[in-house]
Write a protein that binds this ligand. Structure first.
Ligand SMILES: NC(=O)c1ccc[n+]([C@@H]2O[C@H](COP(=O)([O-])OP(=O)(O)OC[C@H]3O[C@@H](n4cnc5c(N)ncnc54)[C@H](OP(=O)(O)O)[C@@H]3O)[C@@H](O)[C@H]2O)c1
Length: 228
């Protein structure tokens, strides 16, 4: 699968690795990041909220010291500001904090934005966001949003879905696993026939089920219209 390019010409590896892991298992993320880099992943999805940037930093330093042919610029690392840190001084703190551990930034994006909010923001934004990271899978196909460049979270760790995501205009998927064998098997993309794609799309028709809602993780209600 060729790496897609963002509007600013920065390449984003289509298959990434999600680092939201169990913070209580010390060293799990470090071991996982070493395994994913060995397996060939070059895109890590991170966030201060995941409370493991230090482990990722340690894994990167260790891995780079053993793999000098790969450079920091060969890796695409996403980090996220949490929505409760929206005051200017909080944004500055969070950005500096992540930059300190994970390095400089090439592209700015958003996450969990809906189309109406993106349209409103583009009227005043001085820098156009390059990406909208949202949940996409057959239970939440998000077809309209999928026409905009997106990273797909919660991809159900499935190569067929990664292929579907690419055909639907979704740029990149970051599956998560702490298991070395699954880390390797998740890094394979299979080609799907039109018929197979049709079957998956048909299963998605009329569905709208969110597995991850920031209302629960951060109290930030992005989709009040979905609340019962
Ligand atoms: N921007 C946002 O608001 C947001 C929200 C949610 C997620 N994300 C990003 O998306 C990433 C993925 O999130 P997620 O919710 O999809 O992951 P998840 O549910 O947190 O983790 C994936 C689960 O699937 C298991 N798994 C992995 N590969 C498998 C396989 N081949 N077969 C069976 N089970 C498998 C993993 O277990 P093992 O570890 O034991 O393999 C793990 O329990 C996150 O890490 C994060 O980076 C972003």
């Amino acid at each position: 699968m060729p790496n897609p390019k963002l509007n600013n010409n920065v390449e984003i590896p289509a298959l990434g690795f999600g680092t939201f892991a169990n913070v209580l298992v010390k060293g799990e993320t470090c071991a996982a990041v070493l395994a994913v880099l060995d397996a060939g992943y070059r895109h890590l999805d991170c966030a201060w909220y995941y409370l493991n940037e230090e482990e990722i930093d340690a894994a990167l330093k260790q891995w780079f010291s053993m793999n000098s042919s790969v450079k920091r610029e060969d890796l695409f690392i996403t980090m996220k500001l949490w929505p409760h840190l929206a005051e200017p001084e909080d944004v500055e703190w969070s950005l500096n904090n992540s930059l300190k551990t994970l390095g400089k930034t090439t592209s700015i994006g958003v996450s969990n934005w809906k189309i109406s909010d993106l349209e409103a923001m583009l009227k005043y934004a001085e820098i156009e966001p390059m990406m909208n990271q949202v949940e996409i899978h057959p239970f939440l196909p998000n077809i309209e949003l999928g026409q905009i460049e997106t990273t797909q979270e919660t991809p159900l760790q499935n190569a067929e879905l990664a292929a579907l995501a690419e055909k639907k205009g979704v740029l990149a998927v970051p599956p998560k696993s702490a298991n070395e064998a699954r880390i390797r098997s998740n890094f394979v993309v299979v080609d799907l026939s039109e018929e197979e794609l049709g079957t998956i799309c048909k299963a998605a028709e009329g569905r709208h089920y969110r597995f991850v809602n920031p209302k629960v993780t951060s109290g930030y209600d992005v989709w009040p219209e979905e609340s019962s």
